[in-house]
Design a protein around this ligand. Structure first.
Ligand SMILES: Nc1ncnc2c1ncn2[C@@H]1O[C@H](COP(=O)(O)OP(=O)(O)O)[C@@H](O)[C@H]1O
Ligand SMILES: O=P(O)(O)OC[C@H](O)CO
Length: 498
């Protein structure tokens, strides 16, 4: 039993990553699935497709590498967070498509709850904001909308879960209804301080306790897979939301360590230790991981558009053929021009939280062309990260009376761009560390399971194995950094004013 299977169930694809006893990647299988946009602002996934693609990639990666299920010491699950499924306990069938984290259908519901004065309770107990992003109002929408759902839920016939929970249910053949603390922390229903479902918020949202999963540590016994799934009963031993799994995979275990993942969007988490730090700068407070019943907390900043700006250069503007070309093109930009892109294509996330804001470009001249657009798109990722960086440092300062000594570790597809990572370091005025290991999210889930199985080392030894690929050191003089960031702040203010 010398392998660990990590399941990474993401927003656009399901992946299975096989790790060996030395925590090295043996193989990866991946399958995309359909995105459903039934109305403006609505985003759904077919939960059955999430299940079939997940099972298919697990079977494929094992078959491709001739590894039998009885050679697995355990399974770790990491997942797109907040996405909401409600299913029938008897049949296992979802009562509706999964409502995805990006879905905005509950905006009016949130506005109503805000007027009712629920926001202070939500912030104090969950560390989140009253925003459609999180699961709670999606659950309420489903119970209010699907005929008979509210009565069935009250009678205990239905189960709610984030994607980890739904996969655990399916993998165990309907035996286990559980989640981990990091996923529970994203539901808007979980008291992150007491580590229990919040009766007050559940009451306000009309969510019956009978609907909710048991909340466990991130490394725990989540049940055995039904042998019909993979060919043998395999224990599920690790579960964490994908951004928390990346924090673990990056070994950001000490307070002051921060990871920033650059995929379609960007999610930055700053470890704040065993005491939660409340944000007065519009960051989220969340659980980074829970081990042996002890919660470690993080401040989180979520940016909706990062790599998606590069996709826009490729698919929207057609000025590059591949994402990798963006850095080459950006380096050819005229240094005397200051074209600034505010990529608020789907509104602005942290720290602005303005869903109705849309993108804008400033500083165009007759000489502005593809190179200046490419630079503006990549630079926008650095500027947005600086927004989070400033907010988190200010929150930390308020809590501790001094600035943190931040170590920033980056990952995700866009961290492959040397240009962007250098620019990030320049704009932050701080070093940026990129690890050798690219699969940090899957590694985090695998480590949780492998550590629980006794195959992988404990936290300290795991952290010591983190290896640097490249450190980007800041090269921009302070006045230039200030001037560039001031220009960005003015551009955001102008975009928000339109
Ligand atoms: N060399 C590169 N330069 C700039 N952006 C890149 C590069 N490689 C990938 N990207 C961007 O990274 C994103 C893919 O990263 P990934 O971590 O796979 O994202 P996700 O998990 O959200 O699908 C895409 O948006 C792509 O445009
Ligand atoms: O699936 P990803 O990588 O886009 O991550 C989604 C986040 O977990 C949403 O909070």
């Amino acid at each position: 039993m010398s392998f660990i299977l990590a399941i990474d169930q993401g927003t656009t694809s399901s992946r299975a990553i096989l790790f060996d006893a030395a925590m090295q990647v043996v193989g990866i299988a991946q399958q995309e699935f359909r995105q459903h946009f039934p109305r403006d602002g609505w985003v759904e996934h077919d939960a059955e497709e999430i299940w079939t693609t997940t099972l298919a990639v697990c079977r494929r990666v094992l078959a491709d590498h001739a590894v039998a299920a009885n050679q697995l010491a355990g399974i770790g699950i990491t997942n797109q967070r907040e996405t909401t499924v409600i299913w029938d306990r008897q049949t296992g069938r979802p009562i509706h498509n999964a409502i995805v984290w990006q879905d905005r259908r509950t905006a009016a519901l949130c506005a109503g709850l805000l007027r009712d004065g629920l926001e202070p309770v939500v912030e104090a107990q969950t560390g989140l904001r009253l925003d459609p992003y999180f699961s709670g109002t999606k659950v309420k929408w489903l119970l209010d909308t699907i005929e008979g759902a509210r009565e069935s839920a009250a009678a205990g016939a239905l189960a709610f879960g984030t994607i980890d929970s739904f996969l655990i249910w399916r993998l165990t053949g309907g035996q286990v209804h559980a989640t981990d603390a990091t996923n529970a922390a994203r539901t808007l229903l979980f008291d992150i301080h007491r580590g229990v479902w919040s009766e007050e918020i559940c009451r306000a949202l009309d969510v019956p306790a009978a609907l909710l999963p048991e909340v466990k540590d991130s490394a725990a016994d989540f049940g055995l897979t039904d042998p019909a799934m993979l060919g043998a009963a395999v224990p599920i031993l690790g579960v964490a939301g994908d951004q928390q799994a990346a924090t673990i995979g990056q070994a950001c275990f000490a307070p002051g360590m921060m990871k920033s993942t650059y995929g379609t969007g960007c999610f930055a988490l700053l470890n704040t230790g065993t005491h939660p730090v409340a944000s007065s700068h519009r960051m989220l407070t969340t659980i980074a991981y829970q081990l042996d019943g002890r919660r470690t907390y993080a401040l989180e900043g979520s940016i909706f558009i990062a790599g998606a700006a590069v996709q826009w250069l490729r698919d929207g503007l057609g000025i590059i053929d591949s994402a990798a070309q963006s850095g080459v093109l950006a380096q050819r930009a005229d240094p005397s021009q200051h074209v600034t892109l505010v990529p608020a294509f789907t509104g602005l996330g942290a720290p602005y939280w303005v869903p109705e804001c849309r993108g804008a470009v400033f500083g165009l001249t007759r000489n502005s062309g593809p190179a200046e657009f490419a630079r503006a798109a990549l630079d926008s990722v650095a500027f947005q990260t600086r927004d989070l960086w400033e907010a988190m440092q200010a929150d930390w300062c308020q809590a501790h009376g001094h600035s943190p000594d931040v170590v920033l570790r980056v990952d995700g597809g866009m961290s492959a761009s040397d240009y962007t990572m250098q620019r990030l370091s320049d704009i932050l005025g701080a070093p940026v560390d990129r690890p050798v290991m690219q699969e940090t999210t899957a590694l985090g889930a695998a480590w949780l399971a492998g550590m629980r199985a006794g195959l992988y080392p404990g936290m300290e030894e795991f952290a010591a194995g983190w290896a640097l690929d490249r450190q980007f050191a800041p090269g921009l003089p302070e006045p230039d950094r200030r001037e560039a960031y001031d220009r960005w702040k003015r551009a955001v203010a102008a975009a928000m004013a339109v």
